[in-house]
Design a protein around this ligand. Structure first.
Ligand code: PHE
Length: 448
């Protein structure tokens, strides 16, 4: 495709906003608290932050480099730089498809909770058991989650169909700061609950005695999932960046924002979890059981709840858009479908997978893959296998195979910016990141 035909994103802020829009989502507010709760709290948080800084940040810069150097979709980008490495792009497109399979389902739940907040239905219950019962009944129902998931898929389709500039940029710009403010308010409220201090201790005080190889892999997978790396999203988005966008600053800002939102979500959830007597290891249902309890104790509870779930819906939407875009632009540029046709194909395929994943929590629960239902398998395989594997090969590709002049030109904006951290960056990307990723993998396979 002709480079001049491709859209570019607006000013300096836009690059940060769209990339942060992709990163900040259900991964921070739904997935992070549940995996942190499953993996012992404080120690998980410490390992997670280490993974973000040491592995996530350099990898995001590497993906930005690949995207902007080639101005192509994830597959085309790797192919343009080195034909043999296009498998990394395919891995990304596949991961995006599989992630959407469960992500759309959880997005549908947030939409349903938003509606229940507006109609004040959520306010009917009071105890954690009642909320847990309500959530169970809801996800097992064959129709209602499907309905909300479909609405969500169509909303994503609508934004994608509007095109890159209008759709993605505008929706990312509007409600992100508001999400931040409401998270801070809810975190403060939660800390003032009866067992607030106990919850905070669980989340912040590390107890490394419980850490296993699986904990480290989970933290790593969560870091990649939350930052949207190892999947081609950042390659795709960077292909729309302007020549003057500073890749390092953009990556740093996105990483800081994303981590702050995850930590705030933890500070909001765990004090409330302990105060309501919920098990922190309750799994994917954790926030859906905990949040309504937080709102219940607040004045104007349903107003808070409605606004919060609305913002969560928006955060989820800016992430589903980025995942959808990876597949759409791949089909458009590589298969030469029209952009509309590519978008509809992606929408149809992901909706079918999401419908199966949603039903796998109810009537299709009997379909098991290695003991997990489809919903949990999609979550596990993408975060714990596809994303880290992609990350490993991206390090090797950008660190060893890519022409260093290309890397240098992208990072310094053709020599206009200085690159003082060149040595550290090279050591991280060439040695430390691939070594850590490999060790964590081998350790999980029981090699040591
Ligand atoms: N990072 C998003 C979130 O945390 C999810 C996502 C993963 C988006 C991978 C794009 C690519 O919710």
């Amino acid at each position: 495709m002709n480079r001049t035909q491709r859209a570019t994103l607006g000013g300096k802020l836009s690059a940060v906003l769209v990339a942060a829009g992709s990163s900040v989502g259900l991964g921070n507010i739904w997935r992070f608290p549940y995996v942190a709760g499953n993996n012992g709290g404080g120690a998980f948080l410490a390992i997670y932050i280490l993974c973000v800084l040491v592995l996530g940040l350099p990898l995001m810069i590497a993906e930005f480099t690949v995207g902007r150097a080639s101005h192509r979709n994830a597959v085309g980008a790797y192919r343009a730089l080195d034909n043999k490495w296009s498998f990394l792009g395919y891995n990304g497109v596949l991961a995006a498809f599989l992630i959407l399979g469960f992500y759309f389902v959880v997005s549908g739940w947030t939409a349903e909770y938003m509606v229940h907040s507006v109609t004040a239905e959520l306010a009917q219950y009071t105890t954690a058991e009642e909320y847990a019962g309500m959530f169970e009944r809801f996800i097992r129902n064959p129709w209602r989650p499907l309905l909300y998931t479909s609405v969500f898929v169509l909303a994503t389709h609508f934004v994608i169909a509007l095109g890159v500039q209008k759709g993605i940029e505008r929706s990312a710009k509007v409600l992100m700061p508001l999400l931040f403010i409401i998270l801070i308010a809810l975190a403060i409220h939660s800390l003032l609950m009866p067992s607030g201090a106990e919850g905070l201790k669980f989340f912040l005080l590390p107890d490394f005695s419980k850490v296993t190889a699986a904990t480290v892999l989970t933290a790593l997978g969560q870091a990649f999932f939350s930052l949207s790396i190892g999947i081609g999203t950042m390659v795709t988005y960077a292909s729309y960046f302007k020549p003057e966008t500073n890749l390092r600053h953009t990556a740093l800002n996105v990483t800081i924002l994303d981590t702050l939102v995850a930590v705030l979500a933890g500070i909001m959830i765990f004090p409330a979890v302990f105060s309501a007597g919920i098990e922190p290891s309750s799994g994917p249902s954790l926030v859906f059981i905990t949040l309504p309890g937080i709102f219940n104790g607040m004045p104007l509870s349903m107003v808070w709840s409605s606004v919060f779930f609305l913002l969560l819906v928006v955060a989820a939407l800016t992430s589903t858009i980025s995942l959808h875009e990876v597949i759409t632009v791949y089909l458009h540029e590589e298969w030469h479908l029209s952009r509309r046709g590519a978008a509809w194909t992606t929408t149809g395929g992901t909706l079918a997978l999401a419908a199966l994943a949603s039903l796998s929590l109810g009537i299709l629960d009997g379909w098991r893959i290695c003991g997990l239902n489809l919903f949990d398998s999609l979550d596990y395989v993408t975060a714990n296998i596809l994303l880290p594997v992609d990350g490993f090969f991206t390090c090797i590709f950008v660190g060893w195979r890519l022409d260093p002049k290309v890397l240098e030109a992208e990072i310094t904006n053709q020599g206009r910016l200085n690159f003082r951290i060149r040595r550290i960056f090279a050591v991280l990307l060439r040695y430390l990141c691939p070594a850590v990723l490999l060790l964590v993998f081998l350790d999980n396979l029981g090699v040591f």
